[in-house]
Design a protein around this ligand. Sequence first.
Ligand SMILES: [Zn+2]
Length: 67
Amino acid sequence: MLFPQPTDLTIDEPLEPVDAACPECGNEAVFKYRLVDYRGWLRVTKCRACLNVLDRVRIEPPAQGGA
Ligand SMILES: [Zn+2]
């Protein structure tokens, strides 16, 4: 791995590396992952270096059986 594992990582979702550089700081530690806020699920693309959010998309909740 090129990037050291952050010690403050609290996300359970797997981080998906994005082949892009952060427009803010130029770092290539850009990852895409899902998260949940009070309105539901989001997929965000975020720089792990400066925490700039490159993209944020509202997504359908993951299938959890039923419905
Ligand atoms: Zn950045």
